[in-house]
Design a protein around this ligand. Sequence first.
Ligand SMILES: Nc1ncnc2c1ncn2[C@@H]1O[C@H](COP(=O)(O)OP(=O)(O)OP(=O)(O)O)[C@@H](O)[C@H]1O
Ligand SMILES: [Mg+2]
Length: 129
Amino acid sequence: MSLIIGRDPEKQLLAEILTSRKAELLAVYGRRRVGKTFLIRTFYAKNLAFEFTGIHNAGFTEQLDNFSKAMRSAAKTRFDRPASWSAAFDILETYLTPLLKQNKQVIFFDEFPWIHTPRSNFLQAFAHF
Ligand SMILES: Nc1ncnc2c1ncn2[C@@H]1O[C@H](COP(=O)(O)OP(=O)(O)OP(=O)(O)O)[C@@H](O)[C@H]1O
Ligand SMILES: [Mg+2]
């Protein structure tokens, strides 16, 4: 694991989230290059069940294609591009269900604001998930 310099209060919070007995949603925000991605990836290196990064200025199809790639890499099986975000979250849920019977799992959506594109219904599907 790379060394996380400083960030002690943030690390404490990340540790509490991991051991809490309920599902948690954490939003990390801050200036560019301050270490948001590094902190999550490094701290949760052993707990990340799924990681997906929104693409800057890309449309619905490209974001969903990228989601399928992330699913393939996490689950090590083939996934075709889902037709909708709702279908994408169904796939994610099916993948996570057996893992959640063992342990708490961390899923990481990086560059979150880019994932939602007009009429994509990403936010609705995410909220439902
Ligand atoms: N706490 C830290 N300890 C050690 N290195 C760090 C730390 N925070 C950031 N870095 C270094 O700074 C680099 C840039 O951080 P990172 O890419 O995580 O920033 P970011 O906030 O996600 O940026 P962006 O807004 O562009 O996505 C990291 O790859 C890492 O090398
Ligand atoms: Mg980042």
